[in-house]
Ligand binder design. Sequence first.
Ligand SMILES: Cc1cc2nc3c(=O)[nH]c(=O)nc-3n(C[C@H](O)[C@H](O)[C@H](O)COP(=O)(O)OP(=O)(O)OC[C@H]3O[C@@H](n4cnc5c(N)ncnc54)[C@H](O)[C@@H]3O)c2cc1C
Length: 441
Amino acid sequence: MKSLFATAVTALWSSAFSSAFQHKMTNWAGNLEYGTERLHAATSMADVQRFVKANSQFKVLGTRHCFNEIANTDTKFLSLRSLDKVIELDPKTRTVTTEAGISYGQLCPYLDQRGFALHNLASLPHISVAGACNTATHGSGIKNGNLATQVSALEMVMASGDVLKLTRDKDSDTFRGVTVGLGALGVITKVTLDLQPAFTVKQYVYENLPFDQLYQNFDAIEASAYSVSLFTDWQKHRINEVWLKVRTDAEPRFESKPEFFGAQIATKNLHPIAELSVENCTEQMGVPGPWFERLPHFRMGFMPSAGKELQSEYFVPRRHAVEAIFAVERLRDKVTPHLLISEIRTIAADDLWLSTAYKQESVAIHFTWKQDWPAVSKLLPEIERELAPFDARPHWGKLFTMSPAHLRSRYERLSDFVALARKLDPRGKFRNKFLEQTIFI
Ligand SMILES: Cc1cc2nc3c(=O)[nH]c(=O)nc-3n(C[C@H](O)[C@H](O)[C@H](O)COP(=O)(O)OP(=O)(O)OC[C@H]3O[C@@H](n4cnc5c(N)ncnc54)[C@H](O)[C@@H]3O)c2cc1C
């Protein structure tokens, strides 16, 4: 079933990973050196079960794209990256079932070739499906839930080595607890994802949208395309770039005009950080293309984003979007010197316990920072204080400084999640310092 493309991607990844072994093993951004080099690359389901039974504590590692310690351990890693096959595409139920190590970059071309699509993607396709869902990774769009909302069924090896199969329809409560699981509940070995017919997207970029326009027309701007991303450095009271991802089958049709809420249409492809090369960015200028080559900002096969960076992101209820953006704008002269770029996106509400959009139409305010943790770690508490009136929730895979008490007050199902984890994993086999210090405290 595995396509040549998928095999090539896996081979590339494996060689990058084995060469990483010759140095210290780090996360993608290189800001974090992992606590051990001991990694077992699982080759089969039976192998996963054997490993789980034989080890009293370890961490599953996806594609290493988290910026904080969530995926770190000083015991052992289990990698499922070789378990990356598509198991079944069912046109009747419009679902695909895959092994959990597959990345979106591997899965999407496979789906598109067969006439199917996922409803949305993150800014990059390089990440593993299981790792993304475990941290509630998201794209943008007021009607688009995060990537974990695509999951309709999953299979997980529990601490005992036994297999737990859950579906959204039959096991709804446990399923909602497990899907955004922070890697704390078990080893996800298979996922079934909802599909829809493949669709075409055109991407338009506009430059210099005045903040006054944004503050007056936030909902209209966000509703103007299937997915909207606003990039700003917080200076000059403006959004530097507006990225509109427009479905060609959407009604009413989007007519690109030279001006959009006071912003001007770009005359060439742009990187979100305007000074950087566009080589790694997806095609813009209204050129139609398949969903998976337009919904992410960055192309498979190239380095996404800026590379040497840190990331943080906070989610607030969409009804507070303007006040929250304004609150961050007030900090601009402290933020900008340490910033590469910020991005503002929207996410539809869902019912997954630890989702950043749990029961809340959300706006996400993201920061791509220069890699200067001493400076960023001083700034985050200030940003968190400014966003506190809106009960901001942090992204699970990015850097934050919020206390466990704050987390408990923002994620209302956190205590249910802890109880579920204690039931499924009574001896803490899947825990690490991050989980002990933020969740299980
Ligand atoms: C350049 C860049 C761009 C990004 N863009 C976005 C974006 O647009 N939107 C967004 O929301 N986030 C974004 N992120 C963050 C990223 O999507 C998340 O950090 C995501 O979790 C990464 O997946 P991973 O497989 O690399 O996870 P890892 O860092 O490897 O692991 C994350 C967690 O998942 C667990 N895990 C992984 N696989 C399994 C499994 N099989 N079973 C159980 N647990 C598992 C791990 O134990 C860990 O707790 C970006 C990150 C980078 C570096």
